[in-house]
Design a protein around this ligand. Structure first.
Ligand code: GLU
Length: 311
């Protein structure tokens, strides 16, 4: 398996260098486009690593998985899905269009508008602290912290997210008695949590194990919460490439414009990959290549025949 992981990195590097690092958040433009990292976490606690696995990057949209689970934990199913839908959009992650033409209720929790609403559903005194703690538990890493520079950059430049939040408040989707900037601040902070590929691999393993850390036995989230999160990872996890990714790779995954992708192979493993060059949809180019390679070589597609799965 170590050889396959190494080969997946080599495979991803073999393609011509296309795409671009995210620059609409100025701080993200500083990412080094030559970095490729991949990690696999196994149920026995081993984490295999290859490439630039010590390079930190911000979770960005991957944080939407953690915030959704925290919102479900603190507000419950009905309160969350009263305010956010369950359908993929086929639009870009930061698209505004459906908020006015369809309904102001965002289509799902994995797009920006949905995640801002989800942030407003986290019922606790210090929502960001709670989200950080939950991320640390998922990743089995107490050292995970906010990247302050990325957070401040997002907060300064997040005009589109701000526009969506104010619009949703005007339509009664966000509470009118709370300053919208409060929810936006939580959202920007959540996106700016800094992780590595092995952190994402370990989180993927906990998701693959339905919310229980297989090493410590600790339950990080309830099975029903994890099932909902993984379902959205399948239907909406790779922005408006989710359909093609489901056909080609077939592993519940969530990407972020920081260049990371979180993947959970049911019961078997978690995978974390990283490469900051993004395609036109906002997905890590190298990350998708690595996952295509691993899925094919190890038979990890969710509809693979069991006997094709490498041990
Ligand atoms: N913080 C980013 C934004 O709000 C997250 C986008 C992403 O990773 O999809 O635009």
């Amino acid at each position: 398996m170590q050889k396959l992981l190494d080969d997946s990195v080599t495979y991803a590097k073999s393609f011509p260098k296309t795409g671009a690092v995210a620059s609409y958040i100025p701080e993200l433009a500083k990412a080094d486009p030559t970095r490729y990292g991949a990690a696999i976490a196994l149920p026995n606690g081993r984490t295999l690593i290859s490439g630039d696995t010590d390079v930190p990057f911000t979770m960005q949209s991957i944080s939407k998985v953690v915030s959704l689970i925290l919102a479900l934990q603190t507000s419950g199913y009905d309160a969350v899905f009263k305010r956010v839908g369950m359908e993929p959009t086929g639009d870009a992650f930061n698209s505004i269009i459906r908020l006015e033409t369809n309904t102001a209720k965002p289509s799902n929790p994995m797009i920006n508008a949905g995640a801002i609403v989800v942030a407003s559903c986290i019922q606790c005194e210090h929502p960001f602290e709670a989200m950080l703690q939950l991320t640390r538990k998922f990743c089995g890493n107490d050292q995970i912290e906010l990247n302050e520079a990325v957070y401040l950059s997002e907060k300064k430049e997040g005009k589109r997210n701000r526009a969506m939040a104010y619009f949703m408040q005007s339509e009664g989707i966000l509470p009118s008695d709370v300053d919208v900037e409060y929810y936006l601040d939580q959202y920007f902070r959540m996106c700016s949590v800094s992780v590595t590929a092995p952190d994402l691999a370990r989180m993927g393993m906990v998701l693959a194990n339905n919310g229980v850390n297989p090493v410590t036995g600790e339950r990080v989230a309830e099975g029903w919460q994890v099932r909902i999160a993984k379902t959205f990872m399948v239907t909406c996890g790779l922005y408006d490439s989710s359909g093609a990714f489901a056909v080609k790779v077939g592993i519940p995954s969530k990407s972020g414009v920081g260049g990371g992708i979180l993947s959970a192979v049911e019961k078997r493993m978690g995978i974390g990959v990283f490469h900051p060059m993004l395609d036109a949809k906002g997905n890590s180019i190298g990350g998708v290549r690595m996952l295509e390679f691993l899925s094919q070589r190890m038979g990890l597609h969710m509809f693979s025949e069991p006997e094709t799965v490498a041990g």
